[in-house]
Design a protein around this ligand. Structure first.
Ligand code: ACM
Ligand code: ZN
Length: 625
């Protein structure tokens, strides 16, 4: 068992940690016999990094937040916690790895980089009692141990759509905090879409006065939002100020996270075209979209030079605010019907010798890639980027050749399965994997009959845990081009921070372990137990989360002609299963499942899961075959 167990004596309030529960699971962890008692005024020494560095400041603040009274001492003095940056690189640890040692004499965190020290500290925090932020212990006794750790993938991303619903910077920071806890290092900020433009613009002010606002239908289900009435005021939305974005970038950087902004072009452009209809192929009119806007036909005119000038200026503004190496330009789900009819788009195709509207999109993305490259930035696109051409809708008739207009320095984000990413990787692109079936956190996570409305699909915690961006058998040359993966949180159905957290957690933990931990160290049985411990931590830190899927899972074994032996479980440990086989509705008075049972074929079994003393969902019914 790896669950953290604590012995807390009531009077002295000393905590003794005997078992460790770290997410993501470290590469190497050994626990030893001895222990170290961390009292509540620890001395902290720092070697190789400045006492005013972001990481040291973060650690001191975090210790104080845990009601400790840490004191910085010189490196020469004895300390309880030593933060040590190697002066010669330790090749085993790489850029983000660390070595954490708890010995009888103290705790040492070593790394090649500040972020490595930061991650070592995150691991140390997870070793501490989960209520250490709430309760003053006179000391916490930790087991002697060694943790040597480094990530499997360099790109460990989390996406947030702030267009469909707008989330203020306070929540964005809370989101970054939980990302950092689980060692995620890229924040994909989906800032523009049909439903609202969230970037500040000096050069194109209508993007903010018009494009950031839509008619408020928050009182209606997303799927049934009424269209706007004549003259109705657009009052839902908003946008970030430049200062807020700069603060977010700094806040993220202090936690080892790079903010990667996305401006989605050429489709998903309603908010742009509502602001500047002259950038469309036709007369419009266009509105900032409300509710299910599908197909998303609003598309920028690729034949109009003003469109390219607009995009270059917007990218100048974006690059001014965001120092990230990568800028995401979307490119997904562009419906190109308008381009077929538009004389300017047709003219562009003749001039540039483009065979169809699919290739016109490929060309436009290529133009923007070149512009970003001239500014020293790398373009990311959704996997449509690989399409050389095709029809008006990317899912029809696209050819998955290498797009000749975009060079291999463009990074491909693979969302329609792993295959487009693996194809791109084979062609020499770097790729980021976020296939819908494992990584779309806007999908349901449990039986939809008992969940808040979501966009569809099903990604249980267990499914998310099966995510592998480079599965066994991927050829090594291809695997080298897989930067990593990420989970995506689209917010059509997510209106509040609490709901966003509910969809993110705990599935984020599964994605984190899938991206950090070596494949052979992943262990679903251990992970699901660790999630139970992490849920308590998350609750104490004020995060909402989903308890998981209570859908019964069966393992069946034939005993004889008429009898089947079944084992029943759910994804969530410590779920009690009550059942009946006489067609009556199960209650907590019914049979309790204690282990595999023999049932006659044709038996109708009804199951009631109970977890934390609450009846979960409703009754599940199955017939034994
Ligand atoms: C996407 O989900 N449209 C990238
Ligand atoms: Zn056009």
């Amino acid at each position: 068992m790896l669950l953290a167990t604590l012995l807390v004596s009531a009077c002295g309030r000393k905590a003794v940690v005997t078992e460790l529960s770290i997410v993501p699971e470290p590469v190497f962890l050994v626990q030893k016999e001895g222990s170290f008692a961390l009292h509540n005024n620890p001395k902290v020494s720092v070697v190789g990094l400045g006492q005013n560095s972001a990481t040291v400041k973060y650690i001191m603040k975090s210790l104080r937040h845990a009601h400790l009274r840490p004191k910085l001492v010189t490196a020469a003095e004895a300390s309880d916690i030593a933060l040590v940056l190697y002066d010669t690189v330790n090749p085993e640890l790489g850029d983000e790895g660390y070595l954490l040692e708890v010995r009888g004499t103290g705790i040492t965190l070593r790394a090649n980089s500040e972020v490595g020290i930061f991650y070592a500290y995150q691991t140390l925090v997870q070793m501490m009692p989960h209520d250490a932020t709430e309760v003053v212990y006179s000391s916490v006794t930790l087991p002697e141990c060694t943790v040597l750790d480094h990530p499997r993938f360099a790109w460990r991303g989390v996406h947030l759509d702030v267009s469909r619903h707008f989330f203020g910077s306070k929540f964005v920071k809370k989101y970054l905090d939980v990302m950092a806890t689980y060692k995620m290092n890229r924040f994909h900020f989906h800032l523009t879409d049909d439903h609202g433009w969230r970037l500040p613009s000096e050069h194109y002010p209508l993007l903010n006065s018009v494009g950031s606002w839509r008619v408020d239908r928050e009182d209606q289900p997303w799927g049934q939002a009424e269209p706007p009435r004549e003259g109705e005021r657009a009052s839902y939305g908003g946008y970030y100020s430049r200062e807020e974005l700069e603060e977010i970038v700094q806040y993220a950087a202090d936690r080892g996270i790079e903010v990667v902004p996305e401006v989605d072009i050429p489709g998903h452009a309603s908010a742009i075209l509502a602001s500047y209809p002259e950038l469309a192929c036709d007369e419009g009119p266009y509105e900032v979209a409300i509710g299910p806007y599908w197909p998303p036909k609003a598309i920028l005119c690729a034949g109009n030079d003003s469109t390219l000038a607009f995009l270059r200026t917007v990218l100048d503004e974006v690059c001014d605010i965001f120092p990230s190496r990568y800028i995401h330009l979307g490119g997904d789900e562009a419906f190109k019907d308008n381009w077929l009819q538009c004389p300017r788009c047709q003219q562009r195709m003749r001039e540039e010798h483009l065979k169809d509207v699919g290739e016109l999109q490929a060309w436009l993305m290529g133009q923007m890639q070149q512009y970003l490259a001239s500014k020293g930035r790398i373009m990311i696109g959704w996997d449509e980027l690989m399409e050389r051409g095709g029809g008006t809708w990317s899912f029809e008739g696209a050819t998955y050749d290498n797009n000749p207009h975009v060079d291999n320095s463009a990074v491909v984000m693979s969302w329609r399965g792993l295959k487009p990413g693996l194809t791109a990787a084979r062609m020499g692109h770097k790729v980021i994997m976020c296939p819908t079936e494992y990584c779309y956190l806007d999908y349901y996570q449990a039986d939809r009959r008992y969940q808040p409305a979501a966009i569809g699909g099903l990604v249980t915690l267990q499914k998310a845990y099966e995510f592998d961006p480079a599965p066994m058998g991927t050829n090594l040359h291809v695997e080298a081009n897989v930067l990593g993966g990420q989970c995506n949180l689209w917010t059509e159905y997510i209106r509040t921070p609490q709901h966003a957290e509910y969809m993110l957690l705990p599935r984020l933990l599964a994605i984190s372990e899938s991206l950090w931990t070596p494949r052979e160290r992943k262990d679903w049985a251990r992970f699901r137990r660790k999630v139970e411990v992490q849920k308590e931590r998350l609750a104490l830190r004020g995060y909402n989360y989903c308890e998981g899927s209570f859908t019964p899972q069966f393992t069946a074994r034939r005993v004889d002609e008429g009898t089947t032996n079944i084992a029943i479980s759910t994804e969530v440990p410590n779920t009690y299963i009550f059942y009946t086989t006489d067609l009556s509705t199960p209650t907590r008075e019914s049979n309790i499942y204690l282990g595999p049972i023999n049932l006659a074929r044709g038996t109708h079994i009804k199951i009631l899961p109970v977890y934390k003393d609450i009846e979960r969902d409703s009754v599940y019914e199955f017939v034994i075959k």
